[in-house]
Design a protein around this ligand. Structure first.
Ligand code: KIV
Length: 272
């Protein structure tokens, strides 16, 4: 982490790219509101991602497909108010960048303007997507790309490990190289075999950020409620929980309810 530098220097795109060259792992976590944004930023992560996973973990949708640009702007702006040091990336939702280069430029530009994000993230590795990434980076919008399982394509891909067969794996390596050539500054690699993630990492000079992709990537990303143990039903093999906050929250609220019902809270010394 840039924290190792000792300073509270703001993380830049250049710094994130230098981390790969210097063999320093890039730490990425999602956030969706100002309270957690402040906490993860002060914990010293390198990148805060306002993921469209907000649709799953905050709004309770089954997929990310219903998430809109307005949702991303609302959450992106809230997170911006809590992040001072980390690089802030806002995810572009389904349909906001796939239809044409022009709509991608207008929508990504709007998200940058209205959230104060440092960069946007888009999913996919088609030739058209590489062209879109080139169009965005040409006008000064930094892009984090995303390959492997791309949740906005869940209806066609299903939620499963990608790149298991040799042809798919070769195609993914080529797509990663095309996205780098188009100007992407980093690449999320989601749900692919560890050996393929390591191969992609070797094939590009931009940092790869893995999730469910093994230890061979240049960095890792986790969805914050998952790593904090707040998302009780969700336990994929790749996930490590660093806390069990669901139980802590339930116990605290249960204690509060018990004390209110028993007339034990508030006491006289809680009153003004
Ligand atoms: O939406 C999201 O949170 C993401 C990460 C899992 C990479 O895309």
């Amino acid at each position: 982490m840039a924290e190792a530098d000792g300073a509270r220097r703001k993380v830049t795109i250049r710094e994130v790219m230098r981390m790969k060259a210097e063999g320093r792992k890039v730490v990425v976590v999602t956030a969706y509101d100002v309270l957690f944004a402040r906490l993860v930023d002060s914990a010293g992560v390198d990148i805060v991602l306002v993921g469209d996973s907000v649709g799953n973990v905050v709004a309770g949708f089954d997929t990310t497909l219903p998430v809109t640009i307005d949702h991303m702007i609302y959450h992106g702006a809230a997170v911006r108010r809590g992040v001072q040091r980390a690089l802030l990336v806002v995810d572009m939702p389904f349909l906001s960048y796939q239809a044409s280069e022009e709509s991608a430029i207008l929508n990504c530009g709007r998200v940058m303007q209205e959230t104060g994000a440092d960069a946007v993230k888009v999913e996919g590795g088609s030739t058209e997507m590489a062209r879109t990434v080139a169009a965005l980076t040409r006008i000064g919008i930094p892009v984090m790309a995303h390959l492997g399982f791309t949740p906005q394509s869940i209806r066609t891909m299903g939620m499963r490990v990608q790149g298991r067969d040799a042809a798919d794996a070769d195609r993914m390596v080529e797509q990663a190289q095309a996205l780098e050539a188009a100007g992407a500054f980093s690449l999320v690699v989601e749900l692919v075999p560890a050996a393929l993630a390591a191969r992609i990492t070797d094939a590009v000079s931009i940092p790869t950020i893995g999730i469910g992709a093994g230890p061979g990537c240049d960095g890792q990303v986790l969805v914050l409620p998952d790593l904090l143990g707040l998302n009780e039903g969700f336990a994929p093999k790749f996930l490590k929980r660093y806390a069990e906050l669901a139980g802590t929250v339930r116990d605290a609220v249960g204690d509060y309810a018990k004390e209110v019902r028993a007339g034990e809270y508030p006491r006289a010394d809680h009153s003004s």
